[in-house]
Design a protein around this ligand. Structure first.
Ligand code: NAD
Ligand code: TYD
Length: 360
């Protein structure tokens, strides 16, 4: 593979690229690492993650085992907090990454309503630490993983384009928006070759079971009722996590520095539709559904206009929603031990028990 033009002075090497992935032990980051190991066998991945409640090295057990069996030159995990400039500076100095993808964040809207300060710290200050480290290291690309939630809420009509106004409604969305503005500022002020993606709601394996789809699948499996917020008519645009990974790879390789790319699945569904699909796939009936008090500031509808990434980078989602959802439900049923260990909290000692071999 030949080199790819970067935004600054530096080119992205083709083979032999070292990619620093922050937040790689979470849902999307771990799926991305698994995907990119297959798609870019010449790349070396350094996964930097603080292992908060949402980080789980069991999400990458297969990758770590494959790596150990094949000599250990292509993947490394480093436990570090993106808010800690000394620790992050040391990782950059040691690993000398060519490119960075920042997935690390606090991500659950309901938690942001309970504890906004943590979201501001991780998502804004953590991003600033990552940007500073990337700037000092002179990386060829810095890709910030953002969200469609920065655009706020839509009515019945319209879709978010990259030029839509930024109107975040939750502390989570406000913190991600602030991070996006910092990324923009580092491009404009320092010429750091930044890129930003704003994706819609992801689904797939290894999603923390506080988010709608895995939360409901696991509750239905346990014979419990699922709590639908408000009238259940809120709309989300669902994308399979592998389609998100393909988009991230394309933006990293072919995106234009300074630009933002929307990523969507083209699958708008109301929460009621999702709930009914899950109830049917799980063999329950509609008595398994209960309406509960709405989330404060609950965004009504998200929908993505992904014309830019389609036309400029040729990225088109590949996973049909019904098929992807069916396979995802099957994955949770076949991997009950994974989500049971997450729900019980047992996974929190995984790092010590399995990764370091020390036990807790
Ligand atoms: P997640 O909550 O599953 O994982 C987040 C990861 O970040 C965890 O591994 C956690 O340990 C790590 N992390 C948190 N704070 C950290 C810190 N201070 N230092 C280092 N690591 C830290 O989240 P996800 O769903 O995989 O989302 C990943 C990214 O994608 C986030 O930036 C999120 O805003 C964005 N995003 C998510 C969705 C979605 O539907 N899940 C959609 C669009 C964008
Ligand atoms: P979620 O997975 O938290 O993602 P986001 O808020 O980032 O879109 O929620 C998806 C939708 O499902 C959202 O409209 C809120 C709704 N929801 C429920 O109705 N009940 C629940 O228990 C959860 C977790 C979410």
């Amino acid at each position: 593979m030949s080199g790819v033009a970067g935004g600054g002075d530096r080119e992205l090497p083709g083979d032999g690229l070292t990619l620093l992935v922050a937040g790689g032990a979470g849902f999307i980051g771990s799926n991305f690492i698994r995907y990119i190991r297959g798609a870019q066998p010449g790349w070396r991945i350094v996964n930097v993650d603080a292992l908060t409640y949402a980080g789980n090295l069991a999400n990458l057990k297969d990758v770590a085992e494959d790596e150990a069996a094949s000599g250990g030159a292509r993947y490394r995990f480093v436990r570090a907090d993106i808010c800690d400039p000394v620790a992050i500076g040391a990782v950059f100095a040691e690993e000398k990454p060519d490119a960075v993808v920042n997935f690390a964040a606090e991500t659950h809207v309901d938690r942001s309503i309970d504890d906004p300060g943590l979201f501001l710290k991780t998502n804004i200050l953590g991003t600033q630490v990552m940007l500073d480290a990337a700037r000092r290291a002179g990386v060829a690309r810095y890709l910030q993983i953002s969200t469609d939630e920065v655009y706020g809420s839509l009515g019945a009509e319209g879709r978010f384009s990259e030029n839509s106004p930024l109107k975040p409604n939750s502390p989570y969305a406000a913190s991600k928006t602030s991070a996006d503005l910092l990324v923009r500022a580092y491009f404009k002020t320092y010429g750091l070759p930044t890129l930003t993606t704003r994706c819609s709601n992801n689904y797939g394996p290894y999603q923390f079971p506080e988010k709608l789809i895995p939360f409901f699948v696991t509750l239905l499996h346990e014979g419990q009722q699922v709590p639908v917020y408000g009238d259940g008519m809120n709309v989300r645009d669902w994308i399979h996590v592998d389609d998100h990974s393909r988009a991230v790879e394309a933006v990293l390789l072919r995106g234009k520095p300074g630009e933002t790319y929307n990523v969507g699945g083209g699958n708008e569904r109301t929460n009621i539709e999702i709930t009914k699909l899950l109830i049917s796939l799980m063999g329950r009936d509609e008595s398994a559904m209960k309406y509960v008090q709405d989330r404060p500031g609950h965004d009504r509808r998200y929908a993505i206009d992904d014309t830019k990434i389609r036309t400029e980078l040729g990225v088109v989602p590949q996973v049909p929603f019904d098929e992807g959802l069916r396979e995802t439900v099957r994955w949770y049923l076949e991997n009950e031990a994974w989500w049971r260990s997450v729900k019980s909290g047992e996974y929190l000692s995984f790092f010590d028990r399995w990764y370091t071999g020390k036990g807790r």
